[in-house]
Write a protein that binds this ligand. Structure first.
Ligand SMILES: Nc1ncnc2c1ncn2[C@@H]1O[C@H](COP(=O)(O)OP(=O)(O)O)[C@@H](O)[C@H]1O
Ligand SMILES: [Mg+2]
Length: 237
């Protein structure tokens, strides 16, 4: 698999319009390359910008400057400057993101939610639903819940639906924001196995894992981000 993501000189600052356009710099000069078969763990204190970095890599947040080059099929796309159409194409077949919380689509049953990314890629609906059943079983989501929308599920159940919905697709590049945070030990170990299997088949993975055990089980390398110095309030005593 030709998986690779290269971040060069990435910076991100938020402009807080409700606070008189106050500028809040979060990331500055971030350089990172992740290759096929790597699981790079972003390691930094709370508030340092780990989730912001992943959201920039998924183009949820627009980078303030820099480049995020991702191998997409036989060419490269810079997600920091890509059009919404290109971002959509990269997300459909190349880049998967397990967010910390499932964004529930109201009224869509769990099984359809998990099968949807395969159907979007052109798989026959019946085959996609069969795959979805297999992933939900592997992640121990009980069959009685498969026809229920996940809005009322527990945190851990929603997290497993979220993982199934992303991991079903064999994306070449995976972003993982605390995918095991609300799981019990058995499910945590299942998810560790699934992530390691994805890496062994050649995925390039960037993840955030607070749990030391999970980090040790998954990381091939740690990546630190240095918190940007807060803007000093010049002139205040
Ligand atoms: N959408 C946003 N608007 C304004 N500030 C934000 C936004 N998202 C994150 N931040 C700020 O960026 C900083 C880093 O946040 P985050 O990336 O969530 O940190 P981490 O994941 O490392 O704990 C925090 O100070 C947070 O308040
Ligand atoms: Mg975070």
């Amino acid at each position: 698999m030709n998986s690779r993501i290269e971040v060069s000189d990435l910076s991100k600052e938020f402009i807080l319009h409700l606070q008189g356009s106050l500028q809040l710099p979060v990331l500055s000069g971030v350089n990172m390359q992740v290759d096929a078969g790597e699981c790079v763990v972003i390691h930094a204190p709370s508030g340092a910008g780990k989730s912001t970095l992943l959201r920039c890599l998924y183009a949820n947040y627009r980078a303030s400057s820099g480049r995020i080059n991702i191998r997409h099929g036989d060419h490269w796309v810079d997600l920091a400057s890509a059009s919404p159409h290109e971002v959509h194409a990269v997300r459909r077949s190349t880049l998967g993101f397990v967010t910390q919380f499932l964004r529930v689509i109201p009224r869509v049953p769990t099984l359809d939610l998990v099968a949807e990314p395969l159907i979007a890629k052109g798989m026959d609906a019946r085959d996609a639903l069969e795959e979805a059943r297999s992933w939900l079983s592997r992640l121990r989501v009980p069959p009685r819940l498969w026809h229920v929308p996940p809005a009322t599920f527990s945190g851990g159940e929603q997290q497993r639906v979220n993982i199934a919905r992303t991991m079903i697709s064999d994306y070449p590049v995976l972003l993982l924001d605390e995918p095991t945070a609300s799981l019990d030990e058995a499910n945590r170990d299942t998810v560790i196995g699934l992530i390691n299997a994805a890496r062994e088949r050649g995925a390039a993975i960037v993840g955030i894992f607070h749990d030391e055990y999970v980090r040790r089980s998954l990381a091939t390398r740690l990546f630190s981000i240095t918190p940007v110095q807060p803007v000093s309030l010049v002139g205040t005593p």
